[in-house]
Design a protein around this ligand. Structure first.
Ligand code: FE2
Ligand code: FE2
Length: 234
């Protein structure tokens, strides 16, 4: 507990919050873990540290390619790291509950309100139900989050019990997110094993996510494109 207080003071003294410091906050890591366990119990795919680290890595890549300031890179990384903690109170509206929880946690860490507000806005708007995109940080978080589809997100071991989310994720053999700065394009490239899941299944569950990614790319002055098995679909 004493260590946490000292750590908070350190953030305050430096007047700048860092992702690498947030990664070490025990309470935040506990919430990520518990939120993932909650989602596992109700049958959702992985939302634990594998997902969080993938989204954070992609957010940092997008921020770098789009020449965000050092401060904005840190804020975007923190928003990515904390974006799914709200799942600990239930899946519905988790983006909003997560943003309120992040507000409290970051306040206790003495983070400046101007920084907190941008982080919680990004967390609150990362999901389809509540997706007004007002900040580039929110936009890259949406693109990074919605692009995380992969076989290792599936928890169910018994294929006969797969639901459509399991099938689609399990079918994805490879996934990459690319930014082409010259033509201002963002590409999500997927390799799907269509013997496991037809491409149509992908659209059934991911269409709203792809449309949101398109909207987010527009906010950044980019276009969003989707390629599945060498076919350009968007
Ligand atoms: Fe989420
Ligand atoms: Fe997520």
């Amino acid at each position: 507990m004493k260590k946490e207080i000292n750590f908070a003071n350190q953030i305050c003294d430096n007047n700048m919050i860092k992702l690498n410091q947030i990664r070490k906050v025990k309470d935040i890591n506990e919430l990520i873990q518990q939120a993932d366990e909650y989602l596992g119990a109700i049958g959702f795919t992985d939302h634990g540290f594998n997902h969080i680290n993938m989204v954070t890595k992609r957010v940092l890549m997008l921020a770098e390619k789009m020449s965000f300031s050092e401060k904005d890179k840190e804020l975007a990384g923190i928003a990515a790291y904390m974006h799914d903690i709200g799942n600990v109170t239930g899946r519905k509206n988790h983006s909003v509950t997560g943003s309120i929880m992040a507000f409290q946690l970051l306040r206790e860490l003495k983070v400046e309100m101007s920084n907190i507000s941008r982080i919680i806005t990004a967390i609150a708007s990362h999901d389809e139900g509540n997706s007004e995109i007002t900040d580039p940080i929110s936009a890259i978080l949406i693109i990074a989050d919605k692009s995380d589809v992969r076989q290792s997100r599936v928890r169910e071991k018994n294929k006969s019990k797969f639901d459509i989310h399991d099938r689609v994720n399990f079918a994805v053999q490879n996934s990459s997110l690319l930014v082409i700065q010259g033509t201002k394009e963002i590409w999500l490239n997927l390799e799907i094993d269509t013997s496991i899941s037809p491409v149509l299944d992908y659209f059934e569950i991911f269409l709203s996510r792809m449309l949101l990614s398109k909207k987010a790319a527009q906010k950044l002055g980019y276009t969003f494109h989707l390629k599945i098995n060498s076919s350009i679909l968007a």
